[in-house]
Write a protein of this length. Structure first.
Length: 216
């Protein structure tokens, strides 16, 4: 039965990805190479949501394959999680950027863009039905909660997101890359690993424990 559910969910996600490939809900598609939809285990207990695809993701068409993805892979491994066991996606499916010479520099999605792309995120999550969702960064947290959240205040707590979902918030791996020195990067990476370990533990918990530890 579990295999059948995963097969059905995979097929439904594939249909969603095809539809998202021609999405025109906002103007971000005009400057992006392609839509970058979510990938991973279609029946995952744990879903990780980032902000948006970066330059490499936009070129390759897969989530978390750039430098931040390398950080996330390391953190997942140290947290005892296999990338293939989770589902990875972004709150916004197109790369928002500005040109600086030959470089394309990341620009944070605005509220309208987040709201328009939430349509896809909600449908991904409705198919997967995860036990827990991890918001990587403030944009993902906003998309999931429907309001702005302060990461420093909400980290370490179970939150009730929209549509009955529960989850936690943590920093985005790209934030670690921007840390000013090795000591800061190491501390931030260890915090990310700790948050992912907590998420893994909670995702495997009984529903009653999740309810007891949630707030928001």
């Amino acid at each position: 039965m579990a295999k059948r559910h995963e097969s059905d969910a995979s097929a439904r996600l594939a249909v969603l990805a095809q539809k998202a490939a021609v999405c025109r809900r906002c103007r971000l598609y005009k400057d992006a190479t392609q839509t970058v939809f979510g990938e991973g285990n279609a029946s995952a207990a744990l879903v990780l949501v980032g902000e948006q695809p970066g330059n490499q993701e936009d070129l390759q068409g897969h989530p978390f394959v750039g430098p931040a993805g390398g950080i996330l892979d390391r953190a997942l491994m140290e947290a005892g999680l296999d990338r293939g066991s989770v589902y990875l996606t972004n709150a916004v499916k197109h790369f928002k950027h500005e040109a600086r010479g030959k470089r394309r520099l990341h620009k944070r999605p605005n509220r309208y863009e987040i709201e328009q792309c939430r349509w896809w995120l909600e449908r991904e999550l409705a198919v997967i039905k995860p036990a827990l969702v991890v918001a990587l960064g403030a944009t993902a947290a906003h998309a999931l909660a429907g309001r702005a959240l302060t990461l420093s205040r909400e980290r370490g707590h179970m939150l009730s997101f929209q549509n009955g979902l529960q989850g936690i918030v943590t920093l985005h791996p790209s934030a670690i890359l921007r840390m000013p020195d090795e000591k800061s990067r190491h501390a931030a990476f260890e915090s990310l690993v700790s948050d992912l370990q907590m998420a893994s533990d909670l995702a495997g918990s009984e529903p009653s424990r999740l309810a007891q530890t949630s707030h928001g």
